[in-house]
Write a protein that binds this ligand. Structure first.
Ligand SMILES: [Zn+2]
Length: 174
């Protein structure tokens, strides 16, 4: 029970933001805005990107956020439909009297299929909701496994991605 150690990390708020400080040459002169600390709004350009990638712009982040929000809506609807369908299938399935085996079999198949669809949708829904939360908190785009940036390019294609390409490939190879 030595949870005391973590308290020391609280002072520096720049954890995880260690860019490899590549000499970009575009230091935009004169933009020394004093950062208001109390503001909860996350600046898109503060989100992690891979070396060589441009920082997120507000528009790009908006696009990803919109896509995620649409996903959440679509998946919620899908889960609801699935659940309603399952209720029907389970009712049909339990009412075995007077039905032949093939009928019962196909109902079972439908039910299993519907269940796996619903489960997939639920996982994707959770990932989308998590991604939206990370966007809000300014922690979007950090690999769940290695803590490195997932990369803007990858996230624009897979906004729900929680792993960087390297970790994803490693996971798939298992
Ligand atoms: Zn990784």
């Amino acid at each position: 029970m030595t949870t005391k150690k973590t308290a020391t990390a609280g002072r520096t708020a720049t954890a995880g933001a260690e860019t490899d400080s590549l000499p970009t040459g575009t230091a935009s002169p004169g933009t020394t805005k004093t950062r208001s600390r109390g503001r909860a709004t996350v600046r898109p350009e503060d989100l992690p990107v891979r070396p060589g990638e441009d920082p997120w712009t507000a528009e790009e982040l908006d696009e990803v956020r919109t896509e995620l929000e649409q996903e959440v809506e679509r998946l919620s609807g899908q889960i609801e439909t699935s659940n309603a369908e399952l209720v029907g299938l389970l009712r049909d399935g339990s009412d075995g009297a007077g039905r032949d085996a093939a009928d019962v079999g196909s109902t079972n198949f439908e039910r299993d299929h519907e269940m796996s669809l619903a489960n997939n949708a639920r996982v994707m829904l959770e990932q989308s909701q998590l991604a939206l939360k990370h966007i809000e908190q300014g922690t979007y785009g950090v690999c769940d496994n290695c803590g490195q940036p997932i990369g803007k390019g990858r996230l624009q294609v897979f906004p729900r991605a929680t792993l960087c390409v390297t970790c994803k490939q490693r996971e798939e190879r298992r």
